[in-house]
Design a protein around this ligand. Sequence first.
Ligand SMILES: [Zn+2]
Length: 279
Amino acid sequence: MKKILLLFIIFLLVPPVSGQIEIVKNGRATGRIVVDKISKTEYQAAELLNLSIKKITGTELPLADPWAKVKKGDIIIKSLPLSGSVVSSYGITEDGFILSSDSSVFRITGSNGSGTINGIVTLLENYFGIRYYAANSGEFPKRSELHLPSFINIIENPSFRYRQTQAYSIAEDSFYKVWHRLEEPGELFAASYWVHTFDRLLPSEKLGKTHPEYYSYINGMRRPGSASQWCLTNPDVFETVSKRIDSIFRANPGMKMISVSQNDGNFTNCQCENCKKDR
Ligand SMILES: [Zn+2]
């Protein structure tokens, strides 16, 4: 009895060996992806993972429902709802994720937004050796065995709320877009108010007639126009635009960003006395 007790104590004191979770062996799937197929983002994350596994090994992992009994080799993809700006007690913010594992199961836990997708991208980069440099230009190293690390716990939150490049490769290669965690204006900006929005916010064609004082004063007169700018020292402009922005956000629930940005025109800034004074 004493021997058994001693062995049990030794077992408790020895830390677990940091091992690997096998998901593909000899080119055949041994793991599964556990995902709620109804959740659009989670399912996209699962598809991204399986597409990549197929490119590497030639096989795909079977999908299992979240209520199925957990098995060794399961990769569990799950999104958690944000409460405010942080998923309480998990420490992940919008688009953030946790990669965690025990000895037999690997979990990708994301917050609202692209959390689970970003988690998959990090997994592919860190553990499968995939690299993706530009549109249609990636490396998928061929393997017949795939493993994920056990006993890890990694939390990542994005430093920037919105990430965009002027590379239009997004349109031609969706993998490039998710790999670099890029987003498109229409996905995040209320009613796609993004860059050169002055004339959309205060349409000069309409307001130029009733409120010419909202627009640039140049060479002796107010000059409303789509390439003109606002008279930015006019307090009525600030009030009117604020109300307009409020109404745009109300009409676009769930959107959190808007771009208030000058029209695409050079040398059309207001030169009224007040604006000149403030410069
Ligand atoms: Zn002015």
